[in-house]
Design a protein. Structure first.
Length: 108
């Protein structure tokens, strides 16, 4: 995927997601070893998706690397919590990972 495709992806996400009224990260595990660290937790979100109010929870794993004294995200993995998926998926599966990434980068 090139720069133009990535720009188009985030432009589309910015039009899809709006009005985030709540974001809570529920930490479940974490660790640090030298210049590497990780967090695992649940992201509880309330936002509008295609104009409809949605509340949903995502499972998130983040790996951080310390660069020049600052912690930077080196890797992120986000997925639906399975019990919610069986009941109802609040966000289309093809969007939820990209939405979390866009939110963290301040795109929405």
């Amino acid at each position: 995927m090139g720069r133009e495709e990535i720009d188009a992806l985030f432009t589309g996400l910015a039009k899809t997601f709006s009005d985030c009224t709540s974001y809570v990260f529920e930490l479940q595990a974490c660790g640090v070893s030298g210049d590497m660290a990780y967090t695992v937790g649940l992201e509880h979100n309330s936002a509008s998706v295609d104009g409809q109010r949605r509340t949903y929870t995502l499972r998130a794993t983040h790996v951080y690397r310390r660069e020049d004294g600052a912690w930077r995200v080196a890797h992120e993995r986000v997925s639906h919590v399975h019990s919610e998926c069986r009941m109802r998926c609040a966000v289309p599966a093809e969007l939820f990972g990209r939405a979390a990434q866009a939110r963290r980068r301040g795109r929405v």
